[in-house]
Design a binder for this molecule. Structure first.
Ligand SMILES: [Cu+2]
Length: 84
C-alpha cells in the first residue's frame, strides 16, 4: 500500500523523520505533516488508482513529494517538484 503527498516546501530532515516514523495508521497522512501538505492521496493498494488534481505553487522553488506510509520515505519514496 502506498500514498502520495505534496508538501508546501522542500522537506527538511525533521519532516522526513515525521513522515517515516509516524504511527498514525488510521490516517492517510501523518499528523505532523498535515499543516505543510498541499494535497495527498488516500492509501492505495497494488491495483489502486486515484486522480490527484492540485494547483502547483506559483512561487519558484523546490517542493517535496513523498509516500507518507510509515518507513517508506526512508526507502527512497520521495522526490522534489521544481517550479521555475
Ligand atoms: Cu510507499
Amino acid at each position: 500500500m502506498h500514498s502520495l503527498a505534496f508538501l508546501d516546501r522542500e522537506m527538511t530532515q525533521d519532516d522526513l523523520v515525521k513522515a517515516a516514523t509516524h504511527t498514525d495508521t488510521d490516517l492517510s497522512l501523518p499528523k505532523g505533516l498535515v499543516e505543510i501538505c498541499l494535497s495527498f492521496t488516500p492509501p492505495l493498494g497494488p491495483e489502486g488508482r486515484h486522480e490527484l488534481i492540485f494547483s502547483a505553487p506559483s512561487n519558484k522553488g523546490s517542493y517535496s513529494f513523498l509516500c507518507p506510509m510509515p518507513g517508506h520515505p526512508f526507502l527512497g519514496m520521495h522526490g522534489v517538484l521544481i517550479v521555475e
